[in-house]
Design a protein around this ligand. Structure first.
Ligand code: NAI
Ligand code: MG
Length: 356
């Protein structure tokens, strides 16, 4: 099993180092190979996604990614900016399924802005389609309004579209993810208003026939937004399109308090994937040794579960993270009175110790 390790910029190298420590004590013979990406790629090879880095990512069974971006690169032309690396990797690797778990560990129940009883024990998974929807549909632009009350004025327009195969493949990912969890899937759409999402609903309903052990529920996106703050624990897995997923996954992530705790996965059709924390490179705290490495360590756990077929090792890591939280160890972003403040390295070491 070959794993591409792409640390990137800012806190990327610090947090990735902790995840690598964790992978190294599992007793598996993973081949880990590191390459430069983002600003670090530009600094070393003149491009945010250097050829060698892309080749490594393509050849690997999975990619563990830190974060990219730093103030010093903000003046570069768009094509050379660090953020192009992650967009390029998504495209080149055909990553279409973005999995974002929102888990609130009981020890962090006070970190959420919602009442502890509403979110304590929350464990849901949002799956966002990444390649289709109104974000990429053509035609789009600004034109002369062809009809109606505003005929002749300028109007902005985009095109919402989803191909059948595009919906089928994300539905399969969602049903299979639900099978590995509580076997309940909520498909979020706007079938009452949008043709694209009536079609989405019909296709998801058809794919459901292949997964009779999973309970499928359809929900309109406005209701889903409401239920996510009213009673989020009622959900297990949610699947939705690119735009609704963009919004709902950010909303759900904030149920859990800190972005330093949130892993993510982006998968292709063969469960190859790129795994990264949901946060960015946090240049404001880079080099200080205080970043929370748990989102990255939990991303490594997702990698073991979804791409490397090592669910038991994923469980071990997740349990080790729970154990260090139960010990009262906290990085600054999740610190509260009565707990023990630790740095990035100490947190990584504590997870390693809990695994041994
Ligand atoms: P950010 O997520 O890097 O930081 C937002 C805030 O959260 C900051 O105050 C930061 O210190 C804090 N934070 C983030 N991760 C943390 C952690 N592990 N532990 C403790 N605190 C943490 O988002 P921001 O500031 O909007 O962007 C900074 C840079 O990151 C930009 O260059 C941006 O383009 C890039 N970025 C990269 C992403 C990626 O690589 N996929 C995703 C989002 C942003
Ligand atoms: Mg977003």
């Amino acid at each position: 099993m070959k794993i591409a390790i792409l640390p990137g910029d800012g806190i990327g190298p610090e947090i990735i180092a902790q995840a690598v420590k964790v992978l190294n004590v599992l007793g598996e013979s993973f081949e880990l190979e590191t390459a430069a990406v983002g600003g670090a790629g530009y600094a070393a090879h003149g491009h945010p996604l250097p050829e060698g880095t892309l080749a490594l990512a393509k050849a690997a069974d999975a990619v563990l990614f830190g974060a990219v971006g730093d103030y010093q690169y903000d003046t570069l032309e768009r094509a050379l900016r660090p953020e192009q690396a992650i967009l390029g990797l998504r495209k080149q690797l055909g990553l279409f399924a973005n999995l974002r778990p929102a888990i609130l560990y009981p020890e962090l129940a006070n970190a959420s802005t919602l009442k502890p009883e509403v979110v304590s024990g929350l464990d849901i998974l949002i799956i966002r389609e990444l390649t289709g929807d109104i974000y990429f549909g053509q035609p789009r632009g600004v034109r002369e309004c062809p009809d109606g009350a505003f005929k002749g004025q300028r109007e902005g327009f985009d095109t919402m579209r989803y191909a059948e195969g595009e919906i089928r493949r994300i539905a399969h990912v969602a049903f299979q993810a639900a099978q590995k969890r509580d076997k309940r899937l909520t498909s979020v759409d706007k079938a009452n208003v949008l043709e694209t999402f009536q079609f989405w609903r019909d296709i998801v309903t058809d794919v459901h026939k292949e997964y009779p052990d999973v309970a499928l529920e359809h929900m309109y996106v406005d209701n889903a937004a409401m239920q996510l703050v009213r009673a989020p624990k009622k959900f297990d897995v949610l699947v939705t399109g690119n735009m609704f997923g963009d919004i709902l996954s950010d909303q759900a992530s904030m149920l859990t308090g800190s972005i330093g705790m949130l892993p993510s996965a982006s998968l292709d059709a063969n469960n190859k994937g790129l795994y990264e924390p949901s946060h960015g490179s946090a240049p404001d705290i880079a080099g200080k040794g205080i970043a929370n490495p748990l989102a990255t360590i939990l991303s490594a756990a997702m990698m073991l579960r979804y791409s490397l077929n090592r669910a038991e090792q994923a469980d071990r890591i997740e349990n080790a993270v729970k154990a260090v939280l139960a010990q009262g160890l906290r990085t600054g972003d999740i610190y509260e009175a009565g707990t023990t403040k630790v740095g990035t390295e100490q947190m990584g070491d504590a997870v390693v110790k809990a695994l041994l």
